[in-house]
Design a protein around this ligand. Structure first.
Ligand SMILES: Cc1cc2nc3c(=O)[nH]c(=O)nc-3n(C[C@H](O)[C@H](O)[C@H](O)COP(=O)(O)OP(=O)(O)OC[C@H]3O[C@@H](n4cnc5c(N)ncnc54)[C@H](O)[C@@H]3O)c2cc1C
Ligand SMILES: *[C@@H]1O[C@H](CO)[C@@H](O)[C@H](O)[C@H]1NC(C)=O
Ligand SMILES: *[C@@H]1O[C@H](CO)[C@@H](O)[C@H](O)[C@H]1NC(C)=O
Ligand SMILES: *[C@@H]1O[C@H](CO)[C@@H](O)[C@H](O)[C@H]1NC(C)=O
Ligand SMILES: *[C@@H]1O[C@H](CO)[C@@H](O)[C@H](O)[C@H]1NC(C)=O
Ligand SMILES: *[C@@H]1O[C@H](CO)[C@@H](O)[C@H](O)[C@H]1NC(C)=O
Ligand SMILES: *[C@@H]1O[C@H](CO)[C@@H](O)[C@H](O)[C@H]1NC(C)=O
Ligand SMILES: *[C@@H]1O[C@H](CO)[C@@H](O)[C@H](O)[C@H]1NC(C)=O
Length: 480
């Protein structure tokens, strides 16, 4: 790591300032204006920047790669405040140390999931859970509880065993299994609200091969029957994604029509080493020929998730992703589908294309803000969660269609939340209501106590965090 001498650093920091910067998320519908985009060269430079901004109470939004659907990662817009507002990206923090003795990897916050998995693979290592894609910044992914599928595997954040984080005064805090150990539960999924994480240490494992089996399933409008069959399939396969049912927009009738078939993929360990061929047909994001029966074999990373090359469609889309105890799967999926159909008359208009339901499972965990935290479960719950996603994909990037579909997407959580103990993905259309958040995240008060210690002047928050988490002490800072 190259350290800058203080005067040079100050000159460099000055040079960064004075250039307003507009931030956008991946599909450009979430945006904010900041005073500058700051990319410090090192942890020390980041700490110095924070020390300088603390007296002014500047707003500071640390960002990863912006792969979200809501306002979690939005900076405080300069139009709404007289206080300076900065976006910070730690993309330059790129050190990496793999320790094969302790089977850990320690790396700077600049690493993206894709590059990190490639580096691990080159060392015959992997980690156990990935999202469907690998485009996120690693800290950005863990900080919202990004996950793949598997009743016996946790989300990415469960692999984090240590980290370094800077508070709003630039003070470094070390959190790991030996130091401040209890706080790992707060910092693993920190929503960018607890400080700038500069480094993470994760558990890694020898990589291994998986067999992926994809099977075509028949859809039926008897949703209860269909979701009960899917539910049964989850009892047979602990690691499975059901891509479907799929619906296509019928321009003539202005209605969704269910496709006759959809597919499920499941993964299991294998000793077969003949080929690595899962990357021939990604079939996860609109690439490839998906609705057919086939098997493939690959190293876990490539078998489970798509590299950027595996991502084809990038039209605007609205989406919800809800987590609830797996025991509710069949009934909740049925009711969600019926609820969606009741919304359809309000979707009439141009540019609808496809609606995809997707089902996954995930092992619950003890991170305070984990969407699959187990703190409020009842004894009859197994601790495994079902994940229901609905994507509304457009034929054309039209704002009105996107916003209308997003408005409709927001109706699901208030309708089903209490009934099924539903939690939303933090970076995907969460509904703003702190009373509800407290019910689903019983450790919220502990999280907020740490938030206040790390950020006494509310520099790391934005409207989304204040409303979602009920950080009432911060409301006055946002309006100043
Ligand atoms: C097409 C698509 C597919 C997706 N598929 C999945 C999926 O299969 N499973 C799933 O769970 N999710 C999925 N997601 C959601 C995605 O994984 C999350 O939104 C993830 O948080 C995005 O990471 P990012 O770095 O791009 O995000 P950002 O929005 O830039 O950052 C996310 C959060 O991390 C915080 N943060 C970033 N860097 C730091 C840091 N250094 N210190 C402290 N906080 C930090 C930010 O402040 C923010 O709160 C998908 C998203 C898209 C767009
Ligand atoms: C960073 O700062 C710390 C404490 O001020 C100092 O000990 C360390 O040498 C610095 N590191 C670099 C790379 O400049
Ligand atoms: C994000 O916040 C802005 C400003 O409050 C709001 O107009 C917009 O609808 C929000 N976006 C989403 C996706 O919730
Ligand atoms: C990874 O495993 C392969 C096959 O066992 C071996 O040939 C290769 O040397 C290993 N690579 C490293 C970096 O250990
Ligand atoms: C789906 O329906 C077809 C035609 O009726 C049938 O041949 C096939 O076996 C069914 N598939 C499954 C998985 O039930
Ligand atoms: C992958 O290889 C296996 C074994 O040769 C074969 O049976 C399977 O059809 C191949 N899958 C794909 C998607 O090519
Ligand atoms: C969900 O479905 C069940 C069984 O069909 C029904 O009794 C219940 O009222 C529905 N709940 C909601 C919230 O729609
Ligand atoms: C919060 O949301 C829940 C669930 O949608 C709802 O029942 C409750 O009335 C809301 N509370 C407030 C204070 O808005």
């Amino acid at each position: 790591m190259v350290g800058f001498k203080l005067p040079l650093l100050l000159i460099l920091l000055q040079a960064i300032f004075g250039s307003a910067y507009r931030w956008f998320n991946w599909q450009y519908e979430v945006t904010c204006e900041s005073d500058a985009y700051v990319t410090p060269e090192s942890e020390n430079a980041t700490a110095l920047f924070l020390k300088q901004q603390y007296p002014k109470g500047s707003f500071i939004k640390v960002v990863g790669n912006g792969h979200g659907f809501g306002n979690l990662t939005t900076c405080v817009d300069t139009a709404t405040t007289k206080t300076p507002s900065y976006i910070v990206s730690l993309t330059n923090l790129k050190h990496l140390n793999i320790d094969k003795k302790s089977m850990t990897a320690t790396f700077g916050a600049g690493w993206d999931v894709f590059d990190l998995t490639n580096e691990l693979k080159a060392n015959n290592l992997s980690f156990n859970n990935l999202g469907a894609e690998r485009v996120q910044n690693f800290v950005g992914a863990t900080s919202t509880g990004t996950h793949g599928t598997g009743s016996l595997v946790g989300n990415i954040a469960t692999q984090v065993i240590g980290l370094r984080v800077l508070d709003s005064q630039g003070n470094l805090r070390i959190v790991n299994e030996h130091t401040n150990a209890e706080e790992l539960k707060a910092f693993r999924i920190s929503l960018g609200a607890l400080g700038l994480i500069t480094e993470m240490t994760i558990k890694v494992q020898p990589t291994y091969l998986l067999k992926k089996t994809t099977k075509v399933l028949n859809a039926t409008k008897d949703y209860n029957k269909m979701y009960n069959e899917i539910s049964q399939l989850y009892k047979e396969h602990d690691r499975m994604t059901v891509w479907g049912p799929h619906f296509d927009w019928d321009e003539k009738t202005q209605d969704w029509s269910i496709e006759p078939t959809f597919f499920a993929s499941w993964w299991e360990p294998t000793t077969y080493t003949g080929v690595h061929n899962c990357t021939l047909n990604y079939c996860a994001n609109g690439c490839g020929d998906c609705i057919k029966n086939y098997i493939c074999y690959d190293e876990v990373t490539d078998a489970m998730s798509c590299p950027p090359q595996g991502v084809c469609t990038r039209e605007f889309y609205a989406e919800i992703e809800h987590f609830f105890p797996v025991e509710h799967l069949a009934e909740a999926a049925t009711n969600y589908t019926l609820f969606q159909q009741a919304q359809t008359p309000r979707m009439k208009g141009p540019y609808n294309e496809q609606m995809i339901f997707q089902l996954r499972t995930l092992k619950g965990d003890d991170s305070y803000m984990s969407p699959v935290n187990t703190y409020n479960l009842e004894p009859k719950n197994s601790g495994v969660f079902a994940i229901l996603e609905i994507d509304w994909i457009q034929t054309y990037n039209d704002w009105n269609t996107l916003w209308r579909n997003q408005e409709l997407a927001y109706e699901f959580l208030p309708h089903f939340g209490e009934t099924y103990n539903v939690r939303s993905h933090w970076n995907k259309m969460a509904a703003p209501n702190a009373t509800y958040t407290l019910e689903q995240f019983p450790k919220l008060p502990q999280f907020l106590a740490i938030q206040e210690r790390q950020d006494p002047k509310c520099q790391f928050v934005n409207d989304f965090l204040v409303q979602q988490l009920g950080i009432t002490r911060c409301a006055k800072y946002l309006s100043s």
